[in-house]
Design a protein around this ligand. Structure first.
Ligand code: UDP
Length: 309
């Protein structure tokens, strides 16, 4: 296959580039580098199956020749990033998704949208199934990301129903691993960075809110399988190992053997109280479930952080 990956220099995008190259496909990575980083794909430079295009996906794009699939992964994805880049986040989810879908239609390519557990907002049911419609505050600070992704899902389904584009929608739950930016503000890089420096781990609120963390190699394998599947419905991909943020802080302390203390800070507005994927659909449709435990994933990630300080 020849595939286009928007956001190809980002955390998930770059791991997808690696996976597609490893499986023998040809990859064009596109990124405007506002949160992506060339270091994530430096190692692919010179590979005859790899090309990078510095471009903002919200502007018209011209790609000569055939394309078999487009994976639309461009977007700020950490709460800190999308709070700092609210308009860009709305634009890439709406205008960027429109451009990428238009290209998929033109090339008769499969279109895969990177959606998110944030479409469930602050969920009133736990774990979340794909059939749950969510509980989102449209005008809150997180609304710029949540509503952009919800609009992107709606647009994707409209292109499927109206234009017959073969679409896939992956709802990605918290994912972590090497290449997360130390300062991207998410809990995994924050706690690891703080623990390695011996600084206090900053737990927001009382730490009773839950998350379920998936290691990146499991995530990209699930996305790959979904791309090759027959389904056009949204599918959750994530690890079901749910824990509170306070438990997570203690786990990081145990693994890193840091002397860091735990400090409590204000809870961000609209921070979801619970989050856990129901992955029955992924198991059934694409025979996927995570293989790497949170602890094993953290060991690998911490090793990478130590090497890339
Ligand atoms: N969080 C925290 N300390 C931090 C960063 C995040 O306690 O230094 C909390 C945050 O409030 C949320 C959870 O950890 O409840 C996960 O946050 P993250 O930013 O990683 O992503 P989210 O799941 O909220 O999109």
């Amino acid at each position: 296959m020849k595939v286009l990956i928007t956001g190809g220099a980002g955390f998930l995008g770059s791991h997808l580039c690696d996976l597609f190259i490893k499986k023998g496909h040809s990859v064009i990575a596109m990124d405007n580098l506002i949160t992506g980083n060339m270091e994530n794909i430096d190692h692919l430079a010179g590979n005859k199956n790899f090309r990078f295009i510095h471009h903002n996906v919200t502007e018209f794009m011209f790609i000569p020749g055939k394309l078999d699939a487009i994976l639309h992964f461009a977007s700020p994805a950490s709460p800190i990033d999308y709070l700092n880049l609210p308009i860009q986040t709305l634009k890439v989810g709406s205008l960027g998704t429109h451009k990428a879908l238009g290209l998929a239609k033109e090339k008769k390519a499969i279109f895969l949208l990177a959606s998110t557990s944030e479409v469930y907002g602050d969920p009133l049911v736990n774990p979340q199934k794909e059939t749950y419609w969510g509980n989102v505050n449209p005008i809150g600070p997180r609304g710029v990301y949540d509503e952009a992704k919800r609009f992107a899902e709606a647009l994707t389904m409209a292109y499927h129903r109206f234009h017959g584009v073969d679409v896939k929608i992956v709802r990605i739950f918290n994912t972590f691993g090497p290449r997360m930016r130390k300062n991207d503000g998410r809990v995994v890089p924050n706690f690891i960075d703080q623990a390695l420096k011996g600084e206090p781990l900053t737990v927001f609120g009382d730490g009773s809110q839950t998350r379920s963390f998936c290691y990146v190699s499991d995530m990209v394998e699930g996305i790959y399988r979904l791309l090759l599947s027959n389904t056009n419905e949204p599918v959750n991909i994530g690890n079901q190992e749910e824990m509170t943020v306070l438990e997570f802080a203690k786990l990081i302390k145990k693994i890193t053997r840091t002397k860091s203390k735990i400090e409590f800070r204000d809870l961000p507005i609209d921070d979801p109280k619970v989050r856990q994927p129901n992955i029955a659909l992924a198991k059934k449709l694409i025979n996927w479930e995570p293989k790497i435990s949170v602890e094993e994933g953290l060991n690998r990630t911490i090793k990478w952080f130590l090497k890339n300080k």
